[in-house]
Design a protein around this ligand. Sequence first.
Ligand SMILES: N[C@@H](CCC(=O)N[C@@H](CS)C(=O)NCC(=O)O)C(=O)O
Length: 217
Amino acid sequence: MSDEKIVIYGHQASRASRPYWLLREYGKTINEDFIEVDTGGPVTGFNEVRDSEEFLALNPYRLIPVMKHGDVVLYESQAICQYIADLLGGPMAAQDAGERARINMYGLNSIANFEPNFLPMVFGQGGEEGKKRFIENLEPLLGALNTELEGREYLIGEGAGRFTVADIMMASVVGQYGRAIKFDFSPWPNIDAWVQLTTRRPAFYPPRDMKVNPLKD
Ligand SMILES: N[C@@H](CCC(=O)N[C@@H](CS)C(=O)NCC(=O)O)C(=O)O
C-alpha cells in the first residue's frame, strides 16, 4: 500500500464532492492529508488541467473525479469512495466480504437508478414535463429505498445500522440532489429521516475556502 498522499483531480461542485465528503468524515484536510488538483467542473467550467496529457493518461474518458494513490488510479466517484473507505478502515468501511458487496451494491444503485432521474432535475432538463417523468420514474425506487430503511437509521449493519460509505454514496445522490431541488420526501418518511441524518452531518459541508454550496452542485 502506497504511503504517498491521495491525489483527487476534481472540483467540489462535481461528483468529486463524494470522495471529498468521505475524506472530511475521516478528518482529512485538503492539501495537508490529501492533494486536490483543481480541474474546474461542469458548473464553474473546466480548466486546462482536464485536457492535459497528465490527466488524459489517468482517465481517457475525460471525466472527473479521478484519484491517484501511488500506482492505483481510479475514475468513477463511487469506486473512489469505496477504495478510500477500505484504505482508511474503521466503522465507515466494510467489515467483511458481505458488507463490501452490499456497499458496492448501493454505490451502483445510486448511479444506475437514482442519479439518472435526480440529476436532470437539478439542471432543469426537460422542464415541467421532464420533471413529471423523472418523479414518476423515482416513485417506485423511493418506495423500495423507504422499505429498506424501515426500522433503520443507516443502510449497512446490524439493527439500526451504522453510518458508512454506502450512506455517503447514496445520500450524495438522493439526499444532496433531492435537497438541492427541495424534493418533497414526506411520502417516504424513512428516507426523509435518513436524508436529514446524513446530509446534516458537519462533514457534508465543504470548508468555506472551497466556496461552493454542495446543495447547488
Ligand atoms: N459516473 C461517473 C460520472 C463522471 C462525470 O460525468 N463527471 C462529470 C463531472 S461531475 C464530468 O467530468 N463531465 C465532463 C463534461 O461535462 O465534459 C462518476 O460518478 O464519477
